[in-house]
Design a protein around this ligand. Structure first.
Ligand SMILES: [Ca+2]
Ligand SMILES: [Ca+2]
Length: 171
């Protein structure tokens, strides 16, 4: 009798576990992210742009209903032109911002959305101690993506990029 009771208890326990996992699985499938995107985020930054056009950036997001993505430059919403380092991506749900990221476009150190000789000059000035790069602009100066920002190797990598010898890795 005792054995049977133990066995029933065991079965009940297994059934409860199964029921629990079914409920858990159900809960998991109903939880959907507000959006998906091919970009990477961390520390308040967003990066991984293949190029810096605003329209293609915005259309890269797949959003749930009620969710919108906006790009802001100097606190003004933009829908055309180029994104650059320092542009802010806002993810809104029902009118309020739920996530916000500052864009990093590696190699674009002045935030105009282009990688050119001006950016090279900015890194050079930083190295020489003439004008210090800060925040996202300093982060975007890690052109060789080794984690250290705005050093001679980054200057060299940017030069190579401009000469089309190598490309700055954005992912
Ligand atoms: Ca630039
Ligand atoms: Ca570096």
């Amino acid at each position: 009798m005792k054995m049977l009771a133990k066995r029933i208890l065991g079965i009940v326990f297994v059934l409860a576990l199964l029921a629990g996992s079914v409920i858990y699985a159900g809960a998991e499938t109903t939880t959907t992210a507000p959006y998906t995107s091919p970009f990477l985020t961390g520390g308040g930054y967003l990066w991984g742009l293949p190029q810096s056009g605003v329209p293609s950036f915005l259309s890269s997001f797949t959003t749930q209903s009620g969710v919108t993505v906006e790009a802001h430059k100097n606190n003004t919403k933009v829908t055309t032109g180029l994104l650059g380092t320092g542009t802010v991506a806002k993810i809104n749900r029902d009118g309020s911002t739920i996530e916000q990221y500052t864009i990093l476009y590696f190699g674009d150190v002045d935030g105009d959305g282009a990688i050119n000789a001006i950016d090279l000059l900015k890194i050079k000035k930083h190295i020489l101690g003439k004008k210090t790069l800060k925040n996202e602009f300093l982060q975007a100066a890690d052109t060789d993506r080794n984690g250290t920002t705005a050093d001679v190797l980054d200057l060299y990598k940017l030069k190579q990029h401009l000469l089309k010898i190598t490309t700055i890795y954005q992912k």
